[in-house]
Structure formats: structure tokens, C-alpha cells
Design a protein around this ligand. Structure first.
Ligand SMILES: [Zn+2]
Length: 691
């Protein structure tokens, strides 16, 4: 469970999609103009009463003055920091290109991967030839056995229902490999629903005119891709692919259903065949490298039989069109400009409202940074993450853990038994700061100069094989699920662990030169958010060992659930468009983490003052600066299409509502004299604390 929206990890993820997801819906930028306060005074709008709209009060000036760059779906602190991190990486990449680096070394591979992607003329001259062998293989499929093998050979470790909460894959099934839900000492393959080219089942099924228009555009896009790739009857093929995906969407679980960990079941190999008939499972599993796995955790036990039945019943020719289309789509980012442009026109422009494509060098850097994640990360932290910063961030993590433990002690509603279990979970929490203890070894990954698509395919397969190998290895609680150069953070419920990548531990979130009010309001709340995920509506289902097990007394859990319902109801009232509201249940885990994280960060901030009052700066008290810093960390502007997509598919509420989390903090009412009938005022019993 992440701090903000994670990248959408499509197989062979195109740079365009990465662009859409990387600039997460988030925000905050301290301008150098007001270093004394640690917050951005010019970015505020003090004509708005804090109690009426705290986001506008803290961020109104910035929102009015800041256009969304033409190549981004949204803009805010996360996006700005990602851009700055990319500049750091650019400097590293330029050094990597030196011919002096050893031939099979990481630096050489980074340089070759990047420069091959950047050689547009070479890519243009090859046309679709690099993809031809795969398309020929699909065309040669003569029966359901060969079809199942083709499906299996394309599976990748491309979804992650609990850490990065990524449910999207255009493969028929997504694979995730980690500890078992009830067996934390062994790794298992998880199987998830997949197969859709649009982000979620809603896009196929919803009656809204907006979604209907996107469906028409998607079908035209499928036809355009077939035409570019030289297929006959592109429109007829597009209609077949779209009809097939619509049938898949109808058997898919909803986004909210996907969050229910209790739906998952364990099936052995024969149960897969028996309970999900229609598909040649042995052929599929063999081709996927899963022939030795005795047991599978089936995350979507209704959808997977539904998809298997379609695999057995729908015409093979329709399936071959579907395979061919997704093969072209997945490769498009590495093919000539016409493919890149067509893909951008649908996935970025139509689906996310982005007017302009990012420059090629940025896409190339992101793709290289994905493909050689920890090789890039290792170079990045050596240059940009000094040990002193790591030590300071580690100390802040310790403060937040202590503050959270004190909050558990002080909970009036929780029984001593449940408190003991909660404290055990906190005591054994494994926190990773900056980067992993052990780096991945890329020596077996072959990067070939001049073969852009092949490099991407080999990197994907290399990563999949790394995950498959875990099936024969002991569980590693120190495994990282984000690269150090990622501007984000993540809670790992099954490992009872946290990752705080180096790239989020920098200004404006964490500034070694800023004061406590600023740093606790922003980085403190981020750390608190991730700790709190261990105790949100999902995290709280896992015990100190990462096992899905109930450690609550019934009365305590009932109280906890009621608090969650109140928070869901609070978020259900937020409507960014007249026809669309935030889904309080879909975003509940994240909202609980925001509330609990903010409360713990506030406690830690007060503790850091050792009972003395904080100084007043720029006319603002310490408490005021803490809360403004928090809201400014959610400063954001988002395009309408991207906002609609976020509400349909993301576990995180839009940033402008996350800034309003302060209305659940009692101290906010004192700090800004908030009173009825101001719009954000909540009577004390309506303020949700959860923890
Ligand atoms: Zn989160």
C-alpha cells in the first residue's frame, strides 16, 4: 500500500503509460522565496477561510499561478520532484555512456539500453520487423493447446494486490510471487484476473456518456494499430477484440471487490483444472515456468473460472486477434513513430487528457530506470543519498514509530489484549530507508546494442525469472518493491515491512535545513502514513509475522470497523464533478493511513519540542505551519480525464481531498479557529481518529 499512486506496470510498459502514472496525483513545493517559514507563503490564498476550504487556503495561490505542463496528466510536488530526480539520473546516464565502463557491467548496460532506445533512425528503419516473429507465432496457433502455451509464455510478474496495489494487466492473468497469505514462511504464485486493454471493467460496462465515448475511441485505436501493423480487415478485427474484452470485463471483479483479501483461495493444480475448466492449464503453467508450483493463491476465484471458460468457448480466431493486438500494443513504445503516436493519442490523450507527448529522452530514461531498476538505483544513491540523510530519515522513522506506539497505549476503546498484539506488530516492523541491504545482480541480463524491443523483452523476462526463482528460495523480509529512484513509499503487509526510497527523502518532503514543523508536517506524515498502513482496514488483517490472521477481540474490531465506515462516508461526500463522487470504500485503506499518519506525525512533532512552545515564523504558529506544510504536500492540479480515471481505478483519493484530512485533527480547530457553520467543520463526535 503506497503513499501515492504507483506506476502502472504494464508488460513492456510504454513510456507513455509511465508518464501517465509516474506523475502521481500529489503535491507540494516549498519555494526558495520563504525559507524562514519552511512553507510556501506565496502559494497560499489567505482570502479563503481555512475552515471553508483548507486546500484553497494552503494552495490557492499556487493553483492559480501554475499551469499543468502540456505533457503531464497532473502536476504537484510528486511530479516536480520526479522531474528533478530525472535530472539527477540524466547526469548519471551521461557518465554511464563513457566507453571506459566494463563490458558486462551495470553502467555499460544502462548506457546501451538507453542509447538503443534513443536511436530513433534505427528503430524507424526496422519498421515492424522486430515484432514479426511474435506475430508469426500467434498466427501459427492451430489449436487450444498451442493457444494456452502462448498465453502462458506471455505471463509476467506484473501485478501486486497488496504492496503497490496494482491490479492492471493486459495478459489474461496477472502473476504475483510472494509469501502465502497464511504461510509467511513460503513463497507462492498468486493468480489475478487480467486481459483488458482499458484500465478497469467499468470502462466497458458503465452507462456514463464519458465511458461510452472512450469505448468508441478505444475500438478505433485497436483498428488503427492493426492497420499500422499491416493486418487485413482492421475494423472487423477491432470489433472482435473489443467484444471479447467486453465479455472478460463482465466476469471481472470490481475494483472494490479486488481489495477484499478474504476472497482469495488456495487451489492446487488439479483444482485449477477442475474449478476453472475451459483452459489447458498444464500447457499454460508449463509455458509460464510454473510447472513445479503445487499450490496457487487465486485472488479472483470467480473471475478466473470466467476467463478460463471464455478461453475455451470463444472462437480461436478472436483470441488470436486479441493476442496480436496486445502484442503490438505492448511493443508500440519500441516501434516506429507512427505506433508511438497512435498509442499516445489513445492512452495519454483520450484516456488521461494529456495534450503533448514527453520528450523522447525522458521516456528513455524512465524505461531504462524500470528495466535496470536497482542498477540505476545503486548508482543514484551513491551520488545523491548521503549517509547523513539516511541517518536523519532513520531517526524520524524511529520518532514516528514511538509516537504511534504511544497512541496505541492511549486508545480508550481498545482492550489490553488487542493492544499487546498491535504493539508486537509495531515492534517487529522492518523499515527500509533509502535502498535495500542487498542489490540485485544484473550480470545475467543481456542488453544488446541496436535491439530496443529485444532489450525490453529480455528485461521483462529477467525480472519474471527473478520472481519465479523465489518459489525455490527462503522468504526474504528485506525484499524491496520499489526502486530507490522512485518518488513514493510503500507498506508491505506480508513482510510487515516498509520501503522509503531515497528519492522521496529530499526537499520539499524532507529538508535537512527546514524546521521541525515543516518536516513533520510533510515527511513525518508520509512516514506515519506508511506505518499506519499496517493498521488500516487491510493491514490490520495481518499479524506481526505477516500472516492473515485475526488478532482482534470482536468488540475492538467492531469499533475499528465503525470508525472506518465513518471515514468512508466522509469521503463519499467529495464530488470533483457533478456526476462523480470519490468512492469512500475503494479509498478507505489510504484514507485511514492518511488520518492515522497525520495524527502520529502531529504527536511526534509535539514530542520533538520537549514541552516548549514552537517559535512564530512569518506570523504563523508552529501548529499552523505543521498543518499548512501537510496540505502543501498535497498541492496538485489534475486534468479532468486523469481525475476520472483515478476515481475509477485508484485506491488513493484525489490530492485535494487528502489535504482536508486535517479536519479530523482536533488541534486543527484550535490552530485556525475553525467553527460552525464553516464548510469543513466537523463536530467532535464526527471527527474520525481510528488510531
Ligand atoms: Zn498509502
Amino acid at each position: 500500500m503506497t503513499f501515492m499512486r504507483a506506476r502502472v506496470a504494464y508488460p513492456r510498459a510504454s513510456a507513455i503509460l509511465l508518464a501517465a502514472a509516474f506523475v502521481a496525483a500529489t503535491a507540494c513545493r516549498t519555494t526558495p522565496s520563504s525559507p524562514a517559514a519552511g512553507i510556501d507563503l506565496k502559494g497560499m490564498d489567505t482570502s479563503v477561510a481555512p475552515g471553508d476550504d483548507f486546500n484553497a487556503y494552503a494552495n490557492g495561490g499556487w493553483i492559480k499561478a501554475t499551469p499543468i505542463p502540456a505533457d503531464k496528466p497532473s502536476y504537484g510536488a510528486g511530479a516536480i520532484l520526479a522531474d528533478e530526480t530525472r535530472k539527477h539520473l540524466q547526469a548519471l546516464f551521461q557518465e554511464s555512456s563513457s566507453a571506459a565502463s566494463p563490458a558486462n557491467g551495470d553502467a555499460h548496460k544502462i548506457a546501451d539500453y538507453y542509447s538503443t532506445f534513443m536511436d530513433e533512425a534505427a528503430i524507424e528503419s526496422k519498421g515492424i520487423a522486430p515484432l514479426k516473429p511474435e506475430l508469426d507465432e500467434i498466427a501459427a496457433i492451430a489449436d487450444r493447446h498451442a493457444f494456452a502455451r502462448m498465453l502462458g509464455s506471455g505471463l509476467r510478474a506484473d501485478v501486486d494486490p497488496l504492496n503497490n496495489t496494482n491490479f492492471e494487466t493486459d495478459n489474461l492473468f496477472g502473476v504475483w510471487i510472494t509469501q502465502g497469505l497464511t504461510d509467511p514462511s513460503h513463497n507462492f504464485p498468486y493468480l489475478l484476473q487480467g486481459g483488458l486493454g482499458l484500465p478497469d471493467r467499468d470502462y466497458y460496462i458503465s452507462a456514463s456518456p464519458n465511458m461510452a465515448a472512450l469505448r468508441t475511441q478505444y475500438q478505433a485505436h485497436i483498428a488503427a494499430m492493426f492497420k499500422l501493423a499491416g493486418f487485413t480487415d482492421p475494423s472487423a478485427r477491432a470489433a472482435r477484440v473489443f467484444a471479447l474484452e467486453t465479455k472478460m470485463a463482465r466476469v471481472h471483479a470490481t475494483r472494490v471487490e479486488s481489495e477484499d483479501v478474504h476472497d482469495a483461495v488456495s487451489w492446487n493444480r488439479s483444482e485449477l483444472t477442475r474449478k476453472a475448466p475451459g483452459l489447458d492449464w498444464p500447457a499454460l503453467l508449463d509455458a509460464a515456468g510454473l510447472q513445479d508450483a503445487p499450490v496457487f493463491i487465486v485472488w479472483h476465484p470467480k473471475a478466473i473460472p470466467g476467463l478460463a471458460a471464455l478461453a475455451g468457448a470463444e472462437p480461436l480466431d478472436a483470441w488470436k486477434d486479441w493476442l496480436a493486438f496486445h502484442s503490438i500494443e505492448g511493443a508500440a513504445g519500441y516501434l516506429p513513430k507512427a505506433f508511438v503516436d497512435e498509442r499516445f493519442a489513445f492512452y495519454s490523450k483520450a484516456l488521461n487528457g494529456i495534450p503533448e507527448m514527453r520528450p523522447r529522452w525522458q521516456r528513455g530514461m524512465d524505461l531504462t530506470s524500470e528495466a535496470l531498476g536497482e542498477a540505476v538505483g545503486k548508482a543514484y544513491v551513491q551520488r545523491y543519498f548521503p549517509p547523513a540523510t539516511k541517518a536523519k530519515a532513520q531517526a524520524m522513522v524511529d520518532d514516528l514509530v514511538q509516537a504511534f506506539a504511544k497512541r496505541i497505549d492511549a486508545l480508550a476503546w481498545m482492550s489490553p489484549e488487542t493492544k499487546t498484539k498491535a504493539k508486537q506488530k509495531l515492534d517487529t516492523l522492518k523499515v527500509g530507508v533509502g535502498y535495500p541491504d542487498r542489490w540485485q545482480d544484473y550480470s545475467a541480463l543481456e542488453v544488446v546494442k541496436g535491439d530496443a524491443l529485444g532489450n525490453a523483452e529480455r528485461a521483462d523476462l529477467f525480472e519474471y525469472h527473478r520472481h519465479l526463482a523465489k518459489l525455490h528460495q527462503p522468504v526474504d523480509r528485506g525484499e524491496w518493491w520499489m526502486t530507490p529512484q522512485t518518488v513514493n513509499a510503500v507498506n508491505l503487509p506480508l513482510q510487515n515491512a516498509l520501503n522509503f526510497p531515497a528519492a522521496i527523502i529530499q526537499p520539499p518532503y524532507f529538508d535537512p535545513d527546514a524546521d521541525a514543523a515543516h518536516n513533520y508536517g510533510s515527511m513525518g506524515a508520509i512516514i506515519g502514513h506508511e506505518i499506519s498502513h499496517s493498521f488500516d482496514d487491510q493491514g490490520s488483517l495481518f499479524d506481526a509475522s505477516g500472516r492473515l490472521a485475526n488478532w482482534w477481540t470482536k468488540a475492538d474490531f467492531d469499533h475499528f470497523k465503525a470508525a472506518g465506515e465513518a471515514l468512508a462516508a466522509q469521503f463519499d461526500t467529495y464530488k470533483p464533478f457533478p456526476d462523480l463522487a470519490v468512492n469512500g470504500h475503494q479509498t478507505l485503506s489510504e484514507n485511514i493511513a492518511d488520518v492515522a499518519g497525520l495524527l502520529a506525525a502531529y504527536d511526534a512533532y509535539r514530542l520533538s519540542l520537549h514541552g516548549k512552545p514552537d517559535v512564530v515564523k512569518a506570523g504563523l504558529t508552529g501548529d499552523q505551519r505543521f498543518m499548512i506544510s501537510f496540505a502543501q504536500s498535497w498541492r496538485s492540479r489534475t486534468r479532468d480525464a486523469a481525475m476520472r480515471r483515478q476515481i475509477a481505478t485508484d485506491g488513493h483519493a484525489p490530492a485535494q481531498y487528502r489535504a482536508l484530512t486535517v479536519r479530523n485533527l482536533d488541534a486543527w480547530y484550535d490552530a485556525f479557529s475553525v467553527h460552525p457553520p464553516q464548510k469543513l467543520y466537523l463536530a467532535p463526535p464526527d471527527r474520525v481518529h481510528v488510531w
